[in-house]
Design a protein around this ligand. Structure first.
Ligand code: URA
Length: 238
């Protein structure tokens, strides 16, 4: 990785602002490979240099990848004047500049949300060209039938929107898993509405090959594993 100024490294990791770093350097609190850093413009490769603050080694991460179980009632946005957002649910030490939710879930939808500052990965995951599959669990107010499954399979149309073939697996009278490889606005709700069904509860449970961690209760989150960072782009429609 390119060498970067120490103040930039620490601010990128949300450890200290540039002016705080200056004061910490003056106080001799920052070391790089065991040597006390003297100036804020000293440059290091953050991936190969052992940087410590008050004797504590920092764990440099170029990007953050957070899996959240989004609760209902929270916006999938970075900030909002009135409503709570998924970013607001993160603790300060994870609230890095540039973090954003990759993709949208409606305010009342729960489930798997990726929050990252890696624009390239988010773009690959969301790009309509890549057709990454997303799996949802839906409860409706209508008894679902094989006709509905067939309609989803043939590609639902509403207004002038044409959806690709979607897989619906009925698991109870009024609930089903639905897998889509697109991300049109309110897509699942609109697909069901075209069959005369209202969606009463909706939860995203998988993106690509990454399933929502069952240990995460609504509002909880954890970082993705290395494996999950690649698996989130797998399972695509050709
Ligand atoms: N489809 C919807 O209708 N809502 C969501 O939140 C996600 C997919």
């Amino acid at each position: 990785m390119q060498r970067q100024r120490i103040d930039k490294i620490l601010s990128s990791q949300n450890i200290a602002s540039r002016s705080e770093t200056k004061n910490m350097i003056k106080a001799g609190r920052i070391k790089a490979d065991g040597i006390t850093v003297k100036r804020a413009d000293e440059k290091f490769d953050p991936e190969t240099t052992v940087i410590s603050v008050d004797g504590q080694t920092i764990c440099f991460k170029e990007y953050l990848y957070i899996m959240m179980n989004k609760p209902a009632g929270v916006l999938s946005a970075s900030n909002d004047r009135y409503a709570k957002t998924v970013i607001d649910l993160l603790p300060n030490e994870l609230k890095r500049k540039g973090l954003f939710p990759a993709g949208r879930l409606d305010k009342d939808t729960e489930g798997l949300m990726l929050i990252t500052d890696d624009g390239e990965l988010a773009h690959k995951m969301l790009s309509p060209k890549n057709h990454v599959f997303k799996l949802y669990y839906a409860e409706t107010d209508k008894i679902l039938t094989d006709e509905d499954v067939k309609a989803f399979q043939s590609g639902i149309r509403y207004g002038d929107v044409i959806c690709r073939s979607a897989d619906m697996k009925i698991i109870g009278e009024k609930n089903a898993f639905v897998e889509i490889c697109e991300g049109k606005f309110h897509q699942i709700k609109k697909m069901f509405a075209s069959l005369g069904a209202n969606v009463l509860y909706l939860k995203r449970i998988r993106i690509g090959e990454v399933s929502l961690d069952e240990n995460l209760r609504p509002g909880e989150f954890r970082e993705l594993t290395e494996q999950e960072k690649t698996d989130i782009l797998k399972r695509t429609k050709e």
